[in-house]
Design a protein around this ligand. Structure first.
Ligand code: KIV
Length: 271
């Protein structure tokens, strides 16, 4: 007899319940079926198909080159591996800025073709028309403020954002605007912890931080960074839970040695 375990799917509603009862939200990126399956089976609440795929999967320096088709490919693969977590797909650069009709068409393609649960968009007031249209189409939107990697050429650096009063005020007003528009959550990236705390306490929707301190409602990291696959990237907010780069190189080294020494395959490993 098989034991049928009931899986309660994480929805945007579940996330707001978590905030209400003070339970922290865990979120990690994934870009492919196998990793998404592992992350979901480990019990993560939200899987983000981040446009950081541009960096860690495609080897680009920035997130700008990744296309809508490529994000849809990653999104489709991830959704197949996930049973419980909420799956959010990043809208890539150039698919929503400055044209709200195009924005809603891009978001519809993501939802139709990947079967993900929501999209994530970088920006505040400047892109509010796009956010309004996407939400009007019934698509849940996660906002993203603070350091916005798609705007790297505007700032020229990845330093901490909103340290000065004026930028902090704009971030707070953008966050409120996103909440009013109906976003179900907001990612805050690389900002002072005190500002993260203020936004999380003033808004009802969950605030997920990456370098935004411990008082926000949840945390997100790029999986390749937290597993230690990427080595060159070491910001203060990154906690590495493993040194997978060394493990992978060690295993590959052992395989090479076994092949060269004719140890692999042995008699039991052939037909
Ligand atoms: O693309 C991404 O991985 C992200 C996270 C850093 C939040 O947006």
């Amino acid at each position: 007899m098989s034991v049928h375990k009931e899986i309660r799917k994480v929805t945007t509603h579940v996330l707001s319940e978590m905030k209400l009862r003070g339970e922290k939200i865990s979120m990690l990126t994934a870009y492919d079926y196998s990793m998404a399956r592992l992350v979901d089976e480990a019990g993560i609440d939200v899987v983000l198909v981040g446009d950081s795929a541009s960096n860690v999967m495609a080897g680009n320096e920035t997130t700008l080159p990744i296309t809508l088709d490529q994000m849809i490919y990653h999104g489709k693969s991830v959704v197949k591996g996930v049973k419980r977590a909420l799956v959010v797909v990043d809208m890539p650069f150039g698919t929503y800025q400055g044209n709200s009709k195009k924005a809603v068409q891009s978001a519809i393609r993501i939802m139709k073709e990947t079967h993900a649960d929501a999209v994530k968009i970088e920006g505040g007031k400047e892109i509010i028309e796009s956010i309004n249209r996407i939400i009007s189409a019934g698509i849940p939107v996660m906002g993203h403020l603070g350091l916005m990697p798609q705007s790297i050429h505007k700032y020229g650096t990845y330093v901490v954002r909103a340290k000065e009063d004026e930028e902090a005020k704009k971030l707070i007003s953008d966050a409120k605007l996103l909440e009013e528009a109906g976003c179900f959550a907001i990612v805050l990236e690389k900002i002072p912890a005190t500002l993260g705390e203020k936004v999380a306490s003033e808004l009802k929707i969950p605030i997920i931080g990456i370098g935004a301190g411990g008082s926000v409602d949840g945390q997100v990291l790029v999986i390749h960074d937290m597993l230690g696959i990427t080595q060159e990237f070491s910001p203060r907010f990154l906690r590495r839970y493993h040194n997978l780069a060394a493990e992978i190189k060690g295993a590959v080294g052992a395989y090479i040695e076994d092949v060269k020494s004719r140890d692999f395959p042995n008699n039991k490993e052939q037909y």
